[in-house]
Design a protein around this ligand. Structure first.
Ligand SMILES: Cc1cc2nc3c(=O)[nH]c(=O)nc-3n(C[C@H](O)[C@H](O)[C@H](O)COP(=O)(O)OP(=O)(O)OC[C@H]3O[C@@H](n4cnc5c(N)ncnc54)[C@H](O)[C@@H]3O)c2cc1C
Length: 400
């Protein structure tokens, strides 16, 4: 067992750390305040080859895998959650294409995203269906060489600047999860309308929107994978992205912890630095334990995905990383704010922003409740086996 990063991944971290400190950190407060999509981040990510980290070299990437991208996301998310989300969308818009797309789709969309020529968005959630993804009501009807999409999508982060949107729709509306398909909608498209940007609490640099699909026609070649087989594809797609959401949580929690630590070493109350008061010292120690544990779960989850896993066999490990790291981010940001006292509550300092940004993480990409359902089901199905022998422990009550 080796807990160290490879030379290549250390280099990824160094590059991402430099971009985070030189480009992202100085602009993070302004991006939060204005809510304007930070094109300068995007250009820096493209110029430093961070957009292609997760993709193979033959598709314009650098082959650093999910782990490489997770490491980079952690670095930029230490300063700005929107920056982490921007890097994450390289996979949120493409993972299903990598898994089930045609050669042409891979060459066009995956290479385009890897090289920073295209930006994508992912549209699954609707006003009436989020966690229960099989309940979506957007339809896609075959019409000759086309599909015609109708419905409303909510959220779809980054859609305002996207060149294409991956839309999940029903091709057999009566068949539940067995009637779901995935489509790539190139923009602009006269049947695709962004109705409005949704005003949100944090992560303001990456807009989320309401989309209306009204007779939105796409060629039959826009279908990803097989018709009516999209539900499992979408679940695998989301699984692949989970370690990356987790790394946003690790980054935010690490940033909030280090910010609060620096303050606790400098601020004096009752004749000594805050950190020498045990209540504060223990709070920081708990934050540090949380960050380290979340990072280990996250790296393992990313490593599992890079080993080709992404299905039910490991879904609970991916869920653990996502749920735990996002909750660690919420806890750390709250504690950091508390350690700064009144200053923590001011918009002048980073802790107020960390606090607002963190909450999103427990909702997106499967809520904390949904991940507990996945982990709970795996426990019930015996997928988590720690080699415990109940008989050796004396059997269960009521057994003969
Ligand atoms: C900032 C932001 C960005 C987003 N970006 C995207 C995006 O790019 N693309 C996209 O498609 N979606 C996106 N989403 C949507 C997000 O994925 C959904 O909000 C999420 O899946 C939850 O769905 P919902 O909001 O419909 O809540 P619901 O599914 O209605 O759930 C409401 C509450 O009930 C709980 N709940 C639901 N079912 C159960 C159950 N069986 N047992 C216990 N509790 C349950 C949930 O955990 C939640 O707390 C984004 C959301 C946010 C906030």
């Amino acid at each position: 067992m080796d807990f160290g990063l490879s030379e290549r991944h250390l280099r990824v971290r160094e590059t991402a750390r430099r971009v985070a400190q030189e480009v992202v950190a100085p602009r993070a407060a302004e991006v939060d305040r204005t809510g304007a999509y930070p094109e300068d981040y995007f250009e820096a990510f493209r110029d430093s080859a961070l957009l292609g980290l997760a993709f193979p070299e033959e598709l314009g990437g650098s082959g650093e895998g999910t782990l490489g991208l997770a490491i980079a996301i952690e670095e930029v998310a230490k300063y700005c959650s929107s920056a982490g989300l921007m890097l994450l969308t390289t996979r949120l818009a493409t993972a299903a294409i990598s898994m089930a797309g045609t050669e042409e789709q891979r060459r066009r969309y995956v290479r385009g995203v890897a090289e920073g020529r295209l930006r994508g968005a992912f549209a699954l959630t609707e006003p009436g269906a989020g966690s229960d993804a099989a309940a979506i009501s957007t339809t896609a009807a075959r019409d000759g060489d086309s599909y015609v999409l109708n419905g409303t999508k909510l959220w779809a982060g980054q859609a305002t600047v996207a060149d294409f949107v991956m839309v999940v729709a029903k091709t057999d509306p009566g068949a539940g999860a067995r009637g779901v398909s995935v489509f790539l909608v190139d923009l602009p498209n006269s049947g695709f309308e962004i109705v409005r940007e949704l005003p949100k609490m944090g992560v303001t640099g990456v807009p989320v929107v309401e989309i209306r699909l009204r007779d939105c026609r796409v060629p039959a070649s826009a279908l990803v994978g097989e018709e009516n087989r999209g539900f499992r594809l979408v679940m695998r797609h989301l699984n692949v992205v989970r370690p990356l959401v987790a790394s946003r949580g690790v980054g935010l929690a690490a940033g909030a912890t280090q910010y609060a630590l620096a303050y606790a070493r400098q601020r004096r109350t009752f004749g000594r630095p805050l950190i020498e008061h045990q209540a504060i010292e223990f709070k920081l120690a708990e934050m540090a334990m949380d960050v380290e544990a979340a990072r280990l779960l996250t790296y393992r989850a990313a490593w599992l995905v890079d080993q080709g896993h992404g299905d039910r066999d490991v879904a609970h490990f991916l869920s653990m990383a996502k749920a735990y790291a996002s909750e660690v981010a919420v806890r750390a940001s709250e504690r950091a704010l508390q350690i700064l006292g009144g200053y923590g509550y001011l918009k002048d300092y980073a802790t107020e922003r960390y606090y607002r940004d963190a909450k999103q993480l427990t909702i997106v990409e499967g809520t904390s409740e949904v991940h507990r359902m996945i982990i709970g089901r795996a426990l019930g199905d015996g997928l988590l086996d720690w080699g415990y022998d109940v008989e050796a422990a004396g059997g269960l009550p009521g057994e003969q």
